[in-house]
Write a protein that binds this ligand. Structure first.
Ligand code: NOJ
Length: 510
């Protein structure tokens, strides 16, 4: 080979190495040792057994029955995908898949049906003991969420998240869990997406307890301008109390870590006008900084002060002291990037998720979509958003380790079985997003794990069973689990011996 040709080859090799792995195949070997690869679920969405073995009613049990018209198909999680009875099969599925971690949540109402003034339900403890034992036996690390949208109905009725009493309730519940499971659970998160559920529950009125007011919606009670921030304040302080307790009384002897999970879209300005650039920043503030700034810096972000003024609670000196504990990691739930349009300089419909930030989220610019649409309204396949969001979080929050605690792709349930199983769109999505994590990690991002939402199809809150996020198809009548193409793809990535592309060289024997 001539010198010139040699030079070209060297340059080509360098160029290829600098590409995202999607261009050269995605390789598990490129992730640091100990990186967690898993799948995620939550209690209400999968367990069922809503009145068994001493479990109390949760707010979602009551809401789905009383207001079935607010659930797209009118259904509920009474049976869900019957994981309570089928957990052994589900653990076996995970083992075959090759995950080394499983993110699930504990049902508060199964552990403390009546809150801290009632008894601990020993059958509830026993269920999670069995689940944890089965996972550990297969070498799967439990990654546990304490609160994933559901809480005992009795507490919802007494004060929900609006009364400061809930802080002691949560602290007590967390303590019961640390004590019962902390010898085996090394990853705890206090709350799942409190930034999202407070808005759905107290601003848009779509989740229990269905509070809202104009212009955000029409509900029987509520104040959309104030209540989401009161609820969030109580959640932030509940989180802080549980973290304080864990750090003081459990961490040294149990050796685990504790964090919080936040829903994070990545907002891009719709245009390069200053108003839209500021709108994107405001949207990031209302989405992410709302919870993480107090947890890291003891104060709400300035954009929220500006827009909300006296509707935003203030941290007392004692609260700030409690907030001084740091989280050990940040859980990032990331599904989509979206454009942000300013609603201060022009008028918009404010009855939306971003309405409180005076922002309208839009999926297209000049007639071109930001990414391929998915079945979930407003969620697009925009893999580069993943790299941006993890870097953003690392940069703003002291390079604290990040776990991508959710990322996934939805299909309409009423597709044919063949189309549901042959989920090429999900394979492309997961491949694209994981490739971006790989590239972020190679460039030094502090990311320690990744969980696909979801292990299997399940109850998708206000959408009922009309959309499916699972790598395993679940027949909601028979409860049969069937691997989709994406499960085979993930298995190949996790257990195969080299890089995977989207579809080539896949084992199909799962
Ligand atoms: C967010 C939530 O944590 C989870 O419960 C939900 O099913 C998925 N993302 C998809 O919407």
């Amino acid at each position: 080979m001539g010198a010139a040709m040699g030079m070209v080859m060297v340059m080509l090799a360098a160029l290829l190495a600098s590409f995202a792995p999607s261009a050269r195949g995605l390789d598990r070997g490129e992730f640091p040792p100990g990186f967690l690869f898993g799948a995620a679920t939550s209690a209400y969405q999968i367990e069922g057994a809503y009145l068994e073995d001493g479990k109390g009613l949760s707010n979602w049990d009551v809401f789905t029955h009383a207001r079935s018209r607010d659930i797209k198909d009118g259904l509920n999680g009474d049976v869900a995908v019957d994981h309570y009875h089928r957990y052994m099969e589900d653990v076996e599925i995970m083992h075959n898949l090759g995950v080394n971690s499983y993110r699930f949540s504990i049902s508060w109402a199964r552990i403390l049906p009546r809150g801290r003034h009632g008894d601990v339900n020993s059958d509830g403890i026993a269920f999670y003991d069995r689940l944890i034992a089965a996972l550990l036996q297969k070498g799967i690390e439990p990654f546990v969420t304490l609160q994933h949208f559901d809480l005992p109905h009795e507490l919802e009725v007494r004060h929900g998240w609006l009364g400061a009493e809930i802080r002691e309730e949560f602290d007590y519940y967390a303590d019961v869990c640390f004590q019962a499971f902390g010898d085996r659970v090394k990853f705890w998160t206090t709350f799942n997406e409190p930034n999202l559920f407070t808005k759905f529950a107290y601003m848009l009125g779509m989740y229990p307890p269905s509070h809202c007011s104009a212009p955000f919606g029409t509900c029987n009670s509520g104040n959309s301008h104030r209540e989401p921030y009161v609820a969030a304040h109580n959640i932030i302080m509940s989180h802080a109390a549980a973290v304080d307790n864990y750090k003081k009384n459990y961490q040294a002897k149990q050796g685990g870590s504790i964090g919080i999970v936040i829903a994070m879209k990545f907002y891009e300005p719709l245009t390069n006008a200053t108003e839209d650039i500021l709108a994107a920043q405001r949207a990031m503030s209302f989405e992410i900084h709302w919870f993480l700034d107090p947890i890291f810096f003891g104060e709400y972000p300035k954009e929220m002060h500006e827009v909300l003024s006296s509707n935003l609670p203030k941290f007392t000196a004692a609260e700030k002291r409690l907030l001084q504990n740091k989280v050990d990691f940040i859980g990032v739930n990331h599904y989509t990037a979206i454009y942000a349009k300013d609603c201060i300089s022009s008028s918009c419909d404010l009855n939306t998720y971003e309405g409180n930030a005076l922002v309208l989220a839009i999926g297209e610019r000049d007639g071109v979509k930001i990414g391929k649409p998915t079945a979930f309204v407003g969620y697009y396949d925009v893999p580069e958003g993943m790299e941006k969001i993890v870097k953003y979080v690392n940069l703003r929050y002291e390079n604290t380790p990040v776990y991508v605690t959710e990322n996934g792709y939805s299909q309409y349930s009423n597709n044919s079985m063949g189309d549901l199983i042959n989920d090429v769109g999900r394979v492309n999505y997961l491949h694209g997003y994981l490739s971006r994590i790989s590239s972020a990690v190679r460039r030094g991002a502090n990311v320690r794990g990744y969980f696909v939402w979801s292990l299997m199809d399940n109850f998708e809150w206000a959408f009922g069973f009309t959309v499916r996020f699972g790598m395993y198809h679940v027949d909601f009548q028979t409860q049969k689990r069937t691997p989709k193409l994406s499960a085979k793809w993930y298995q190949n990535f996790l257990m195969g011996s080299g890089p995977v592309n989207t579809m080539e060289n896949m084992r199909t024997d799962i």
